[in-house]
Design a protein around this ligand. Structure first.
Ligand code: 2HG
Ligand code: ZN
Length: 462
């Protein structure tokens, strides 16, 4: 280890695991965006909060930036280390620390995978209800740092709702214990919520106390085929009125094409323009209500075909059609948009966004899907084979500027649930006012006075 800064870190923390192999730098320096060439200084794998504190103090002394790192499944470049930073991986801090049956909370280290949180909650007869396809690899710390949403937000809300307490090592090296599991606490600013969606720019989340919920009733899944976008919001309103919805997701024919090409089963004989996967409370009443809702949607011409799962295996098969989309598109290195508007603004925004993208992207395969019930659309633009990556991204950026303006006009956000990171940084001001961004910078200055925490993410230093 020749770099004197790393030698100093090793001297400070002789037990600290540090990696500098090129393969490790590459592995830990990137996330799922695959757009930047990883170039971290090294990877640190601390085992405890006091080591994290010492690393932050070292970073302040040496000026090396720190990129906090969980499962690196992010889609906005928030965990990318492409500029000589130290990647601080929470991988070894992945334990369940405790369960409290009275408070109904689970305390975990931040590096634990979301799926391991689900399993731990289930062992106690409860659930941690935030869920999405990357559950096996993403970490709870990363979920909190991006306020991850996923497929059950319409019933349970985003990650933010489930955070009872956090331990955070701030950019000053101080360990804050905020929230402390209290249900009621009107004692001033709630610092928990500054950490949620902060994308590692204020500090490193090292521990979280999560609220747990009662398990949902048994559910069934239905897949519906729709003729047009207008029907989508109508079907949503009908299903929401008649059923206890646990999830309501949509995707287009292009998404189905790719996910089937990737190995999923083909649900209907005929092709349709749009599809909905809805999960709802089952049982006799649930099934009857589902049939009733289905028939009235068919009667209105909003639904053209449909299937209701008859077993858990079939439910999983239907879910795969939605959850397999990201993976099925990965080989195209898509340009991703993750946008939101108020649900009530969705029909008007959709009309604008559709005509905008049809006019601007006539030559690209554009795949729409997402969490329509939350006002959240994912729009993946696929790079044509043989096209230069930089030219493709430049063309997409040109269109994103127009999309950001449309979002601004409809009061929406350029990032619904993936974060700003590096990818959406140029568009932050379409979603946040200048006064808000100034305040955010001010907050960063207080918690990270030397700018060592995830530098260049969210916004550039002034
Ligand atoms: C999803 O909803 C994820 O599946 C990923 O947020 C979205 O790949 C994407 O664009
Ligand atoms: Zn999503």
């Amino acid at each position: 280890m020749t770099d004197p800064r790393l030698a100093a870190l090793s001297q400070l923390l002789p037990g600290l695991r540090l990696l500098t192999d090129p393969a490790d730098l590459e592995h830990y320096g990137r996330d799922w965006t695959r757009r930047w060439t990883p170039a971290p200084l090294a990877i640190a794998l601390p085992a405890a909060a006091d080591e994290v504190q010492a690393i932050v103090r070292w970073a302040r002394a040496t000026g090396v930036g720190i990129v906090p790192s969980g499962g690196r499944t992010g889609l906005s470049g928030g965990a990318v280390a492409a500029d000589g930073e130290l990647v601080l991986s929470l991988e070894r801090m992945n334990k369940v620390l405790g369960f409290d049956p009275v408070d109904r909370t689970l305390t975990v280290q931040a590096g634990i995978a979301l799926e391991a949180v689900h399993n731990a909650a289930r062992e106690h007869g409860l659930v941690y209800p935030v869920d999405f396809a990357a559950r096996g690899s993403c970490s709870i710390g990363g979920n909190i740092a991006t306020n991850a949403g996923g497929i059950r937000v319409i019933r349970y809300g985003n990650t933010r709702e489930w955070i009872a307490g956090l331990k955070i090592v701030t950019g000053t090296g101080e360990l804050l214990d905020v929230g402390r599991g209290l249900v009621k606490n009107s004692s001033g600013y709630d610092l928990r919520h500054l950490a949620v969606a902060s994308e590692g720019t204020l500090g490193v989340i090292v521990e979280a106390t999560l609220r747990l919920a009662d398990p949902p009733p048994p559910t069934s899944v239905m897949l519906l085929a729709l003729p047009d976008f207008e029907s989508l919001m109508r079907v949503f309103a009908t299903l929401r009125a008649k059923l206890r919805l646990e999830a309501f997701e949509f995707f287009t024919d292009r998404a189905l094409y790719h996910v089937v090409a990737h190995g999923a089963y083909r649900p209907f004989e005929e092709d349709h323009a749009y599809y909905v996967v809805a999960e709802f409370a089952a049982g006799e009443a649930g099934e009857a209500a589902a049939l009733d809702a289905f028939e009235s949607c068919v009667g209105e011409g909003w639904v053209l075909d449909g299937v209701i799962s008859q077993s858990d295996a079939q439910a999983a098969q239907l879910w795969r059609l939605r959850e397999g989309i990201t993976e099925s598109l990965a080989k195209y290195v898509p340009y991703k948009n993750d946008v939101s508007v108020r649900v009530s603004a969705m029909p008007a925004f959709l009309a604008d966004a559709q005509s905008l993208l049809a006019a601007q992207y006539p030559q690209f395969d554009v795949v729409w899907f997402g969490h329509i019930g939350d006002g959240n659309l994912h729009i993946n633009v696929l790079k044509p084979e043989g096209m230069d990556q930089a030219a493709f991204v430049a063309d997409c950026e040109r269109v994103t500027k127009l999309l950001a303006a449309a979002l601004q006009a409809h009061g929406g956000s350029i990032s619904a649930e993936h974060g700003i990171g590096l990818v959406k940084k140029p568009y932050l001001s379409s979603t946040r006012s200048a006064a808000e961004i100034d305040l955010m910078r001010g907050i960063k200055r207080v918690l990270d006075p030397d700018g060592v925490m995830n530098p260049g993410k969210l916004f550039d230093p002034t």
